[in-house]
Design a protein around this ligand. Structure first.
Ligand code: MN
Length: 251
């Protein structure tokens, strides 16, 4: 069993070190992670420039590209052997609801969807203050991957796992959830560079809007580990017929 470990916070992030440590002994592990933080990179693939791969430890490489680049390289020819699954994270910060559209952590998992087993993205909710402690999320990651190895779900499934920032003993258990949704994000924040030119920061994500029982937001707020099964098909199936009627006679 060969597991590819990646993330979007970069190969030096404490979350990926915690994840790799947690999975030790479950399988043969290979880390391929971005050189720099690519949070918010979504599924970006670098097409207009070559990618460099640098070994930084035993079975561990960093790549001059995005999370998707890392996984794409790793499963498409960088190694002689095939991988069985991709495990991504542990992200420093939650990936709930709309966040999955922007998340590089989830994107890394998505890129591994054609391998033998489902792929998993792990994210840790940010603590109210101070530095994040990844130890409980690391134990959660080991439990989830262990369960997948013992009892595989169908391949091409992507599991988006969010862990509350609590000691392991205080976690209330696991919930299978659906994605909720956020309010519109905060307004962009203007600033001025040293040469007097205007620039902008993207504002904070909105609070949960669709965050009731059954959602990922609700599970995490209640102290449960949220596990949301994702698929890539964005088709709005129920709208195919209405759109066909709407197009009728258009030209
Ligand atoms: Mn990140």
């Amino acid at each position: 069993m060969k597991i590819l470990v990646s993330n979007d916070d970069g190969y030096r992030a404490p979350g990926i070190t915690a994840l790799r440590g947690a999975l030790e002994g479950l399988a043969e592990l290979t880390t391929v992670a971005p050189e720099r933080n690519h949070s918010g990179a979504s599924n970006a693939l670098t097409l207009e420039m070559p990618l460099r791969v640098t070994e930084f430890g035993p079975d561990a490489w960093f790549v001059s590209g995005t999370p998707t680049d890392c996984v794409h390289l790793a499963i498409s020819g960088l190694f002689e052997h095939e991988h069985d699954m991709v495990v991504s994270g542990i992200n420093n910060g939650e990936n709930l609801g709309d966040d999955v559209l922007y998340s590089g952590t989830v994107a890394a998992a998505i890129e591994g969807r054609f391998l033998g087993l489902p792929t998993v993205a792990f994210s840790l909710r940010r603590p109210a203050e101070g530095e994040p402690d990844f130890s409980a999320a690391a134990r959660v990651a080991r439990l989830v991957v262990q369960r997948l190895l013992e009892s595989p779900l169908e391949r091409t499934m992507i599991l988006n796992v969010n862990v509350p920032h609590l000691p392991f003993e205080r976690l209330r258990g696991f919930r299978s959830t659906r994605l909720g949704a956020r309010h519109r994000s905060d307004r962009i924040i203007p600033a001025t560079d040293p040469r007097g030119r205007k620039m902008w920061w993207v504002g904070a994500a909105g609070e949960g809007e669709d965050d009731g029982p059954g959602t990922d937001f609700h599970a995490v707020a209640e102290g449960f580990v949220s596990v949301t099964p994702l698929q890539v098909d964005l088709t709005r199936h129920a709208a195919i017929d209405p759109v066909a009627r709407w197009l009728d006679g258009i030209g």
